[in-house]
Ligand binder design. Structure first.
Ligand code: 2P0
Length: 332
């Protein structure tokens, strides 16, 4: 949308997603092409809201994240906006203001919601006529997991076959309200992680002896998870999701030096979730490249799950969310 000064602006919201069948490893780091496909759920009440304003004559981008500017983050934002500027044949800078309602860089997929919101808002501001799939491809190039946050509910991001990456794109498998699971997030640390995902994936691919097993076994896990989701089979989804999580961490732990994203409370939470499931509660865990534990459950179990996680020593807070929609416009 252009205003009287010729500025092009738009605002969008996107939510983080949590992978149940994990992405870890790139076959092309420049294009963010993954070595494996992945399946995720998009969350509802955690969000990134991003406003983008392209200003004619402005030379550089000015980026504010949660009211602050950070040089490394600004570079990633500029690289992402460059992809959109190329498409639109626009060569001027933008003002970007983005905020999250949850802790950044602590294994809560802030880059997924952040870059999905940025690509969506930038697309709208520049008046680009891009399908959701095309936005997913662009979001993927900015941060791999962002490809999935363009869509809501249950989402699969395909490995793809083409060298240009145009088929390594996410697609919705099932709408959020078709199987409205809930997620409790146990926050066990608010510190930024020591090894970021891109560096962790690079180190893993170069040094972990389990890399080829990881790649060889992923297709079967994806098929099992897809079937479980379409059949709304909670127990099957629980087993395959915990397996994929533990397998990804075992792969990364076996890198040199080993990547250890958990703390003591993370492991205590895993035991607590498994104890609850043994008692018959429909709940399973997953953990990403950080120490937070995500417990996915049927709606009827959420209060007991939250109470059990709050009770674990070292758990600082427990957030609670349903599953939500994909990236969309909001009023600026
Ligand atoms: C995932 N993670 O599937 C996996 C599981 C973390 C553990 O995607 O380098 O921020 O931008 O492609 O997407 C986190 O990595 O990494 C991630 P880049 P990204 O959700």
């Amino acid at each position: 949308h252009a205003d009287a000064l010729g500025e092009l602006h738009a605002a969008s919201q996107a939510q983080p997603n949590i992978a149940l069948i994990k992405y870890w490893g790139k076959r092309d780091a420049a294009l963010n092409l993954p070595v494996v496909g992945s399946i995720s759920i998009t969350l509802e009440s955690l969000w990134t809201r991003t406003e983008v304003r392209f200003v004619p004559g402005q030379k550089q981008d000015r980026v504010s994240l949660n009211g602050r500017s950070d040089e490394a983050e600004s570079k990633r934002v500029t690289a992402c906006l460059d992809l959109l500027r190329q498409r639109a044949a626009v060569d001027y800078g933008a003002d970007v203001a983005s905020r999250n309602n949850f802790p950044t860089a602590a294994g809560l997929a802030s880059s997924a919601s952040g870059f999905a919101a940025l690509v969506h808002a930038g697309t709208q501001a520049l008046g680009l006529d891009l399908s959701e799939a095309e936005q997913s491809v662009l979001a993927r190039r900015c941060s791999g997991s962002a490809a999935r946050s363009i869509f809501g509910g249950y989402v699969e991001w395909a490995h793809g076959q083409r060298v240009d990456g145009t088929d390594s794109v996410a697609r919705p498998l099932l709408a959020a309200d078709a199987w409205p699971l809930r997620v409790a997030v146990a926050i066990t640390s608010t510190a930024a992680k020591q090894v970021g995902s891109s560096e962790g994936m690079r180190r893993t691919a170069q040094t972990s002896p389990f890399q080829s097993a990881w790649i060889d076994t992923q297709e079967a896990d994806l098929a099992t998870a897809r079937r479980a989701i379409l059949a709304r089979d909670f127990e099957a989804l629980a087993l395959i999701s915990e397996h994929s999580c533990l397998k990804m961490h075992a792969l990364a732990m076996a890198a040199q030096p080993g990547l250890l994203y958990w703390n003591g409370a993370t492991i205590e939470c895993m035991h607590r979730v498994r104890a609850l499931r043994q008692q018959g509660l429909p709940v399973f865990f997953t953990v990403d490249a950080g120490p937070q534990l995500k417990a996915v459950c049927e709606p009827s179990a959420i209060e007991r799950v939250k109470a059990a996680l709050k009770d674990v020593p070292g758990v600082l807070d427990v957030l609670d969310t349903g599953l939500g929609a994909g990236a969309r416009s909001i009023s600026a």
